[in-house]
Design a protein around this ligand. Structure first.
Ligand SMILES: Nc1ncnc2c1ncn2[C@@H]1O[C@H](COP(=O)(O)OP(=O)(O)O)[C@@H](O)[C@H]1O
Ligand SMILES: [Mg+2]
Length: 245
């Protein structure tokens, strides 16, 4: 079963075509690494899947929902709840502790009782290895810890998966590892992960599939072995030479 299926999705900004007839199926429970040159449309693709931006043609199945160029606000917000999105810059609430950050959406959006939200938030912080940091504010946490709080916060909405947009790009190498290891553990929990990354080691180790997006098109798709070790398309070969250099 596929968690997400894009059918001939085209997205334009003015006269520029940003996603050009993209078709892609993301199997449920798998990790897909989305790689490719800057400006290729990776962030836009994640935003389309999450109903955060509209597109001009095609359709996107997310679970039982279908996003179309003129999707209702209700469908878009239902889809948004199915996938948590995590960004490079964490976007934690600075005036809330780690625990309060994780509790916020369950309290405000799901209207969970405070005690239940707190208990679940504690469990999720433990899940990402931060039980001891529950009462710390974001400014008291390292970048890697902040990103793990952001992951716990996304999980608090009980999503089917996560959309991760270069979430380790701002981190030092040793902090990247703790975040990527956390993602790898989530995969074994059955979550579907779509991960935009420049970490080819992670893609090789943790991804079930790798999709290469360049100039708004998926130019190559397949297992890490196939795409990273034996790319067939010249543009992929060039990109890999650049990131691995
Ligand atoms: N809101 C926007 N308005 C106009 N152009 C945009 C907007 N968002 C992205 N773009 C353009 O779309 C292209 C793809 O961007 P993006 O999806 O961010 O690529 P990537 O994440 O692969 O670097 C870029 O050329 C970018 O300038
Ligand atoms: Mg981007």
């Amino acid at each position: 079963m596929n968690a997400v299926t894009l059918h001939h999705v085209t997205k334009r900004y003015g006269a520029r075509t940003i996603l050009d007839d993209v078709s892609l199926a993301i199997p449920a429970g798998q990790t897909v690494a989305l790689i490719g040159p800057s400006g290729g449309g990776k962030s836009t693709l994640l935003r389309c899947i999450n109903g955060l931006t509209t597109f001009d043609a095609g359709g996107i199945h997310v679970g039982q929902h279908l996003l179309m160029p003129r999707t209702s606000r209700e469908t878009a917000s239902a889809v948004r709840r199915m996938f948590g999105m995590i960004f490079q810059d964490f976007q934690l609430f600075p005036h809330l502790t780690a625990l309060e950050n994780v509790m916020e959406a369950p309290l405000q959006v799901l209207k969970q009782p405070r005690a239940a939200a707190r208990e679940e938030a504690q469990r999720l912080l433990a899940r990402v290895g931060l039980a001891e940091r529950a009462d710390h504010y974001p400014r008291q946490l390292s970048g890697g810890q902040k990103q793990r709080v952001a992951i716990a916060r996304a999980l608090a909405m009980k999503p089917q998966g996560l959309l991760c947009d270069e979430i380790t790009s701002a981190l030092d190498p040793e902090l990247k590892c703790e975040v990527l290891d956390t993602l790898q553990e989530l995969r074994s929990d059955g979550l579907t992960l779509i991960v935009v990354t420049h970490e080819m080691g992670f893609a090789r180790r943790a991804a079930d599939q790798v999709a290469v997006l360049a100039d708004g098109r998926v130019i190559e798709y397949g297992s890490p072995d196939k795409v990273l070790e034996n790319p067939q398309v010249e543009r992929t070969q060039k990109f890999l030479r650049q990131v691995l250099a």
